[in-house]
Design a protein around this ligand. Structure first.
Ligand code: SF4
Length: 697
C-alpha cells in the first residue's frame, strides 16, 4: 500500500473477485487507487481477504488495452501475441473503425453467431449481452462461465426447490447448530465467508467438512470426511440411509413441504453404510455419526462448491444435498438452508440476468411463447427462437462442426478456462470472425479479429449480485485508461451497428428495463441501491429488508412442495488405469483468481504466488524421486504439461491437485470435456493422469 495511507478521496464499491461480494472502500490519490479498506457490507462487515485488499493494481498494469485493435492482414491465429507488444499482430484502430469491422463480421449471420458473456461484468452488461444475441441474431446460443462452475447445482435446485439461488445467506450460519461444507475450500476460495464459518465453531457450532482434499477448515471441524474423489453420491446416500433407518427424518416437514419421499426411501434401502464405505472410503461409524449430528440438530445448513458441481454426476451430487436438507427439515428457518458458494463476483447476477441458453432473465424459459413475447414487447422487436441454445462446450463443438463461424466474447477466456483446452483453442482459431472485449489481451484475444478495450470493475458503474442474493452497487472510482470504454457502452454501440435500435445512455436505464420482466428486482431501484449500497432479494417493500432465508411456507414449485430426486452412483467419465494411475483434480489458490488475467498482474498477489505449481503427497514425491520444488510431468489422454511440484499432505497419495491460473502450464490442457447431462458442466474434478519426474527434477 505504499509508504503512506494518504488519499484525496474514497469511493465505496464491491470487490471484483469472488461471489462473497465484499464491499470495499477505494482510497484514491491522484486518480489512482492508493489502497483499499473493507466497508460495512452485509456479506463482509468490513472484512476483506488478501485479494480484495491487495489485488487492485492490475488495473494500472502496462498490459491494459487502451485502444481498439484490428488483426493485421495475414497474421496467423494462435497463442503467439506478446501482450506487452501486440502491434506485431494487431494494428490500432479508431472506435468507429473497430466497431464497424466487428459488426460487419457479425450482422446478418443468424445462427452462425454465438456469444460468451461474462460473470465479471455488471448485471446491466450481462442483460444487454444476452439481449444482443437474442434480439440481434434470433436464437439463444449465449452462455457464460456459470456453465463451468455451478450449472449442475442450479439445475438440481431449479428441479427440486424451484429456484436456482441460495435458500439462505451464508451469514445465516450464525443461527445454525450444524453445518456441512462439502466440495469447497472456503479459506482459499471464499475467505471472508470462511471467517464466519470459523466463528460459528467458536460459539459451539458443529462443523462437518467433506472433501477428497484436506484443507485448513478441517482444524475447526468435528468431522473431516476425506472421501474418495467422485464418491459423493455413495457417501451422501449412506448418510441419508442412516437417517431413514434410525427414524431421524423430520416426518412432519416431509409431509407438509415435500413430494416423492416414498421413492427416496425405497431408493436408499440399498445404500448401507457398510456397503458404501468401500466406495467412498469413509468408515461406517463415521457415516452414522455424521447422519446423527446433522439430522439431530435443530438447525443445519449445507454449503457446497465446485468439488460437488464439476462432475458428470454434479447434478446428482446436488440432488443428494437437497434431499439431505429436506429430510431433516433444514430449509426455510433461521439457521437452515442450501447454499452453493458461487464463484465469480457476479455469476449469480449474470445468471439471473439471462446470460444462459435455456433461460431469459429470472430463469424464465425460452420455450414459453408468453415469456418470449413479454421480452420482445419491452424490446420492441420480433420473436426469437423457442429452442434452448447451445452451452459453452457445445458452442465450441459447433464451431468445429462448421455450424458457428463468428463469436462475440466479452470478458471470458475460454482459451484458458475450457476443458481439453487445445480443442477449445482450435475452435477459436477456426472462427472466421472473433470479436473479443476485455481489459487485457487474454489468451482468447490471441485469436481475435477485433479487440475492443473495456473498463475494469473499479472504472465502471453498475450493479452486481453476490452468492447471498444481495444486489449491490458498484461505483467507478478512477478514470479508465486511454480510450477504454464501459462494456454496456461497447455492446450498445455494436448493437446499433448490427441494426438494433438501442439508445441507452447510462446503466440505470438498463436496470429500469430489466425490472420490467424480473420480479426478483421488485422493490429494488437504482436510487435505492445508490442510497443503501445493497438490497437482498426477494424484498417485499421499498422500505423492507430483503429475505435472508426463503421458502418458509412454500417452494416455488407445483403445490408449493420441494421434491426428492433419488440419485444413483455413476462412476467418473474416465477412471485410473495402468497408463494413467493418478486422479487429477483442478481448482484455485488463495492468491490467484481463475485464469489469472487479473491476479497475475496484481503485484502483491503475483509476488506471493509467482510460479505454476501442483500439489502432491510427500509419499508420491518420494516414490517418484522428486524433491519438493522439483518438476514433474503430468500427462492425460489430452496432453502433457511440466510443472513445479509442491509437497502437500492434504492431497491423497493417488491424487494431483493442479491450479488453473497459469498459462505456462495450463491445467485445462489435461482436463476431460465430458459433461453432466443436465447442467452440461465439464468434469474438471476428475481426470486419469500419469505423473513422472521431469528432467532436472
Ligand atoms: Fe473479494 Fe471474495 Fe476476498 Fe471478499 S472474500 S475480499 S469478495 S475475494
Amino acid at each position: 500500500i505504499g509508504d503512506s495511507k494518504a488519499y484525496d478521496r474514497e469511493v465505496n464499491s464491491v470487490c471484483p473477485y469472488c461471489g462473497v461480494g465484499c464491499q470495499l472502500s477505494f482510497k484514491i490519490k491522484d486518480d489512482k487507487i492508493a489502497w483499499v479498506d473493507g466497508a460495512d457490507g452485509p456479506a463482509n462487515e468490513n472484512r476483506l481477504c488478501v485479494k480484495g485488499r491487495f489485488g487492485f493494481d492490475y488495473i494500472d498494469h502496462d498490459h491494459r488495452l487502451t485502444k481498439p485493435l484490428i488483426r493485421r492482414d495475414g497474421a496467423e491465429k494462435g497463442l503467439n501475441v506478446d501482450p506487452a507488444n501486440p502491434l506485431e499482430v494487431f494494428r490500432e484502430a479508431t472506435w468507429e473503425e473497430a466497431l464497424s469491422v466487428a459488426a460487419d463480421g457479425l450482422k446478418g449471420r443468424g445462427r452462425e453467431v454465438a456469444g460468451f458473456g461474462s460473470a465479471k461484468c455488471s448485471n446491466e452488461e450481462a442483460y444487454l449481452f444476452q439481449k444482443f444475441i437474442r434480439q440481434g441474431f434470433g436464437h439463444n446460443n449465449v452462455d457464460h462461465c456459470t456453465r463451468l462452475c455451478h450449472a449442475s447445482s442450479v439445475a438440481a435446485l431449479l428441479e427440486n426447490v424451484g429456484s436456482g439461488a441460495v435458500t439462505a445467506t451464508f451469514n445465516e450460519i450464525e443461527n445454525a447448530d450444524v453445518a456441512i461444507v462439502i466440495g469447497a475450500n472456503p479459506t482459499e476460495n471464499h475467505p471472508v465467508a470462511a471467517t464466519y464459518f470459523k466463528q460459528f465453531t467458536k460459539r459451539g457450532g458443529t462443523l462437518i467438512v467433506m472433501d477428497p482434499r484436506g484443507q485448513a477448515l478441517k482444524r475447526h471441524a468435528k468431522h473431516m470426511l476425506q472421501f474418495r474423489p467422485g464418491a459423493d453420491v455413495a457417501m451422501l446416500n449412506a448418510i441419508m440411509h442412516v437417517i431413514v433407518k434410525e427414524g431421524l427424518a423430520d416426518q412432519q416437514y416431509i409431509a407438509a413441504m415435500t413430494e416423492n419421499w416414498d421413492a427416496q426411501v425405497e431408493h436408499l434401502k440399498g445404500f448401507t453404510p457398510e456397503k458404501m464405505s468401500e466406495l467412498c472410503g469413509i468408515d461406517a461409524e463415521t457415516l452414522r455419526a455424521v447422519a446423527r449430528d446433522f439430522a439431530g440438530a435443530k438447525s443445519g445448513m449445507i454449503f457446497w462448491g465446485m468439488g460437488v458441481s464439476q462432475h458428470i454426476h454434479g447434478t446428482d451430487n446436488s440432488r443428494c444435498l437437497i434431499s439431505l436438507a429436506l429430510m431433516c427439515g433444514h430449509v426455510g428457518r433461521p439457521g437452515t438452508g442450501l447454499h452453493p458458494l458461487r464463484g465469480q463476483n457476479n455469476v449469480q447476477g449474470a445468471s439471473d440476468a439471462g446470460l444462459i441458453p435455456m433461460f431469459l432473465p429470472d430463469y424464465q424459459t425460452v420455450t414459453d411463447d408468453g415469456v418470449r413475447s413479454a421480452f420482445t414487447d419491452v424490446w420492441n422487436s420480433g420473436d426469437f427462437s423457442n429452442e434452448k441454445g447451445l452451452t459453452v462446450t457445445e458452442i465450441l463443438e459447433a464451431v468445429h462442426q462448421g455450424e458457428i463461424g463468428a463469436m462475440y466474447i466479452l470478458g471470458e477466456n475460454p482459451a484458458m478456462s475450457d476443458p481439453d483446452v487445445e480443442h477449445a483453442r482450435a475452435a477459436l482459431a477456426k472462427l472466421d470472425h472473433l470479436v473479443v472485449q476485455d481489459i487485457f489481451l487474454t489468451e482468447t484475444a490471441n485469436y481475435a479479429d477485433v479487440i475492443l478495450p473495456a473498463t475494469a470493475w473499479a472504472e465502471k458503474n453498475g450493479t452486481v449480485t453476490n452468492t447471498n442474493r444481495q444486489v449491490q452497487m458498484g461505483r467507478a472510482a478512477v478514470p479508465a485508461p486511454g480510450e477504454a470504454q464501459e462494456d454496456w457502452w461497447i455492446t450498445t454501440e455494436l448493437a446499433k451497428r448490427c441494426g438494433m435500435e438501442w439508445s441507452y445512455t447510462h446503466p440505470s436505464e438498463v436496470f429500469a428495463e430489466m425490472k420490467q420482466n424480473m420480479k426478483s428486482l421488485d422493490n429494488i431501484t437504482w436510487e435505492r441501491l445508490e442510497r443503501e449500497d445493497a438490497v437482498t432479494y426477494p424484498v417485499h417493500g421499498p422500505d423492507q429488508p430483503g429475505e435472508a432465508v426463503v421458502f418458509s411456507d412454500a417452494f416455488p414449485r407445483a403445490e408449493g412442495r420441494a421434491k426428492f430426486t433419488p440419485a444413483s452412483v455413476i462412476p467418473p467419465a474416465e477412471t485410473p488405469d495402468a497408463d494413467y494411475p493418478y486422479i487429477l483434480t483442478t481448482g484455485r489458490q488463495l492468491e490467484h483468481w481463475h485464469t489469472g488475467s487479473m491476479t497475475r498482474r496484481a503485484s502483491v498477489l503475483d509476488a506471493v504466488e509467482p510460479e505454476a505449481n501442483c500439489s502432491l503427497h510427500p509419499s508420491t514425491l518420494r516414490k517418484l524421486g522428486v524433491a519438493p520444488g522439483g518438476h514433474v510431468r503430468l500427462t492425460t489422454r489430452r496432453g502433457t504439461i511440466t510443472i513445479m511440484a509442491r509437497q502437500d499432505r492434504a492431497v491423497a497419495p493417488d491424487m494431483v491437485f493442479l491450479p488453473f491460473a497459469y498459462v505456462e502450464a495450463a491445467a485445462n490442457i489435461l482436463t476431460n470435456n465430458a459433461v453432466d447431462p443436465y447442467g452440461k458442466i465439464p468434469e474438471f474434478k476428475f481426470s486419469a493422469c500419469r505423473v513422472e519426474a521431469a528432467e532436472g527434477a
